[in-house]
Design a binder for this molecule. Structure first.
Ligand code: GLO
Ligand code: MG
Length: 346
């Protein structure tokens, strides 16, 4: 039997978060980047994902030379730790200039800022040795529909993507859709929207997507089907696995925490599409529960990977022949129970 491939794992510095939410302050002390990198190493993860300002703090107030210097220092730290940089994402939702959207702001000066900042993000990614830029389009949408022209916003998004694609001929852009939060309505809520937008750009082959479990669920979709859809286009270039208990705030729970069967089906979809064989990472965009004590700070990441690996085993040992017989007989009640008993471990 052909050897089954193994997966590479990744998380970002923001996934070791301090517990702040809109209703209360942090519950764990702030830690340095060095501490976070050491924890990633300790857990045996392979790569780290970055926002541009995780990589280069205060990026807006630095000159290109200062950005290059800071990025080189980071590159050395990563090389010493034997950790790769998976991607870099421009954080386009913190600055006052992005208060009403970044690429789709009504103010042309703010739109220019967002594009400039994204080009600096590309510089950082190149220096860190990755060609992957992730765009979570946080504030590209509206709080009230009449405040923006959604038709024009599509053009603005294409213009921004085109500028990024033209700036660097190697860069690949993975759009991370999310239907809401912080906006009421986002312009690119699903993988279908992301891939359709890619087709309007100057180089569709270099615009793909990133699926986050919670975002798909918030859009009322099944994350496993989103995975299959993106993979049918060869466009699933990164992944934020986590979990989400229904239509609430974005919870970023540990993978499998709310719906183990849905998690199993995501793993099955990844397996059947050979995700990871072209170097893609399995990233966990998960957060500790707010009450988490300092001594348990890494558990949500370690647990997500453990669950993922257990589900890979479950996917590889799924009684496929038995399932096929039940499918042929349209005996879905028995198929349902077969899945449940397989997951429970008969
Ligand atoms: C928020 C997103 C966010 C992105 C990150 C990378 O809902 O999931 O965590 O993944 O900023 O762009
Ligand atoms: Mg995410």
């Amino acid at each position: 039997m052909a050897a089954k491939h193994s997966y590479k794992f990744c998380f970002g510095p923001w996934n070791l978060s301090e517990g702040q939410d809109p209703y209360g302050p942090p519950t764990r002390p702030a830690q340095t980047f060095e501490w976070k990198l050491a924890q990633l190493k300790k857990l045996g993860f392979d790569a780290m994902m970055f926002h541009d300002d995780d990589a280069v703090p205060d990026v807006d107030n630095k000159s290109p030379a200062e950005i290059r210097k800071a990025t080189r220092e980071l590159k050395k730290k990563l090389a010493d730790a034997g950790v790769a940089a998976e991607m870099v994402a421009p954080r386009l939702w913190f600055d006052p200039r992005t208060v009403d959207g970044a690429f789709t702001s009504n103010d042309p000066a703010c739109r220019r800022y967002a594009i400039e900042r994204s080009l600096r993000c590309i510089d950082i990614a190149k220096e860190l040795g990755t060609d992957l830029i992730v765009l979570w389009l946080a504030r590209e949408g509206s709080y009230l529909r009449e405040s923006k022209n959604a038709r024009r916003c599509v053009d603005y998004l294409v213009e921004a993507l085109d500028k990024m694609l033209a700036y660097d001929k190697k860069v690949r852009i993975a759009i991370e859709p999310k239907p809401n939060e912080p906006m009421d309505q986002a312009y690119i809520p699903t993988i279908g929207h992301a891939l359709a937008l890619a087709q309007l750009t100057r180089d569709p082959a270099r615009v793909g997507c990133l699926i986050e479990t919670a975002h798909a669920i918030l859009a009322g979709l099944d994350p496993a089907d989103e995975i299959d859809f993106a993979c049918a286009f060869g466009k699933l270039w990164s992944l934020h696995l986590n979990d989400q208990n229904g239509l609430k705030f974005d919870q970023d729970k540990p993978f499998g925490s709310a719906n183990l069967r849905m998690a199993f089906n995501q793993v099955r979809a990844l397996e059947r599409n050979g995700y990871g064989k072209r170097g893609e990472y399995v990233c966990f965009d998960v957060h500790p529960f707010r009450p988490t004590k300092v001594e348990h700070w890494l558990a949500h990441l370690d647990n997500s990977r453990r669950t993922f690996l257990r589900l890979v085993e479950k996917a590889r040992t799924f009684p496929e022949k038995e399932a096929q017989k039940l499918i042929a007989d349209r005996n879905y009640a028995a198929l349902d129970q077969l899945v449940l008993e397989h997951l429970m471990g008969r």
